[in-house]
Design a binder for this molecule. Structure first.
Ligand code: KG4
Ligand code: ZN
Length: 356
């Protein structure tokens, strides 16, 4: 049986430069370089620093991925690259590199939506996604509940999105107020281990009977956590950071998993997939597991290393696109820093007939 080509995936939308190699749904190898430490003293990602770091890291990361997969440039059959959403300069670097490789090696190029990459990451560990499935995407910039059919052929249906901050953004910003290091999500997760989640009752936004069932809002929760910290300061009290982190994490995990499970039940879908950086959170994982088990829902969460940004997930989408017979992108493909998630590919799946 003929096998499909090896797809090289390139990710550079934020502070991670990633390259991955996928063939027929199998991860052959991947490599990652992060500029996270260069941003730490600024408390957040500095776009220019991220873009420059991608310039330095891109080709070494591609070579490292090839080495890990025991392949050479000549084995690559197609190139997929994140074209949005993300930081403009950072995306430009990845796309320029991908175009250079595709052009010089004479290979087809595919533009991929970063969030579709997060969804596809799970297929590398657990195989093809069931059709349909409910997907909860929770990252630093996005929080959405989706109804996914065929990831690369069908339009992606948004059941609900965040109205303001993303879940990861809430962790990152509150961590800063709590005096925890950047990136805040992993720091909150670590610190929460020593805290009592019931010590503070932070709000559960948009969970009232009249609220939009699948919409999220984390801005009020972030403010509540900041006010709680300020109150301690005003009283001259030490901030019980571990308790605050545990209570915040509990509120976020509660809202996310409650809505995701309700969406599965209402849409009679028996599989929930939780993806994106915040899917690495230990309480989000354990509460999702518990609630899915209670309701007879199958839970799929990628392994930790595939939850946060990486090149393998972009290669996974590229591989699905190639195998579905999708039309490659033209070489004048451009980035879209605020691309809405409508389709996995950021170029049409088929070419329209040209007008005579
Ligand atoms: O998906 P991702 O790597 O990048 C984006 O596309 O945004 O997600 C990064 C986000 C950050 O907000 C980070 O704080 C959060 O994921 N994150 C976590 C954990 N690991 C990463 N949040 C909570 N707990 C974690 N263990
Ligand atoms: Zn991401």
């Amino acid at each position: 049986m003929a096998t499909s080509p090896v797809v090289l995936g390139i990710e550079s939308s934020c502070d991670e430069t990633g390259a991955g190699l996928v063939q027929d749904g199998r991860l052959l190898g991947h490599a990652l370089s992060s500029s996270m430490e260069e941003h730490a003293r600024y408390g957040g990602v500095v776009p220019e620093i991220a873009a420059r770091a991608h310039v330095h890291a891109l080709m070494p990361v591609v070579h490292q991925a090839l080495e890990n997969a025991q392949l050479t440039m000549g084995d690559i059959g197609a190139v997929a690259v994140t074209t949005g959403p993300g930081l403009s300069g950072a995306l430009q670097v990845g796309l320029a590199g991908a175009k250079g490789l595709a052009y010089s090696l004479g290979l087809p190029l595919y533009g991929v939506h970063h969030l579709a990459g997060h969804v596809a990451a799970d297929t590398l560990e657990h195989g093809p996604l069931p059709d349909p499935c409910v997907v909860l995407i929770v990252s630093g910039g996005h929080t959405s509940l989706l109804l996914v059919r065929d990831l690369v052929r069908d339009p992606i249906v948004h059941l609900g999105d965040t109205l303001d901050d993303a879940a990861g953004e809430c962790f990152d910003k509150v961590a800063r107020v709590f005096g925890l290091p950047y990136p805040g999500g992993p720091a909150i997760d670590r610190t929460a281990r020593d805290g009592d989640p019931a010590s503070v009752r932070f709000p559960r936004p948009l969970t009232g009977p009249r609220d939009a069932r699948y919409a999220f809002s984390f801005s009020g929760l972030k403010t509540a956590a900041a006010r709680w910290a300020e109150w301690h300061q005003a009283q001259g009290l030490d901030l019980p950071v571990a308790d605050g982190a545990a209570a915040l994490q509990e509120a976020v995990a509660d809202v996310l998993t409650r809505k995701a499970v309700a969406a599965c039940q209402e849409h009679q879908v028996d599989t929930l997939v939780v993806v994106g950086g915040v899917a690495a959170n230990s309480r989000v994982r354990s509460l999702a597991e518990q609630r899915c088990q209670d309701k007879g829902i199958t839970l799929r969460v990628p392994p930790l290393r595939l939850c946060t940004d990486n090149g393998a997930m972009i290669a996974a989408v590229g591989d699905l696109l190639v195998r579905s017979g999708a039309q490659p992108a033209p070489l004048d493909l451009s980035i879209d820093p605020s691309a809405p998630l409508e389709y996995a590919a950021l170029t049409p799946l088929t070419t329209e007939p040209q007008a005579a």
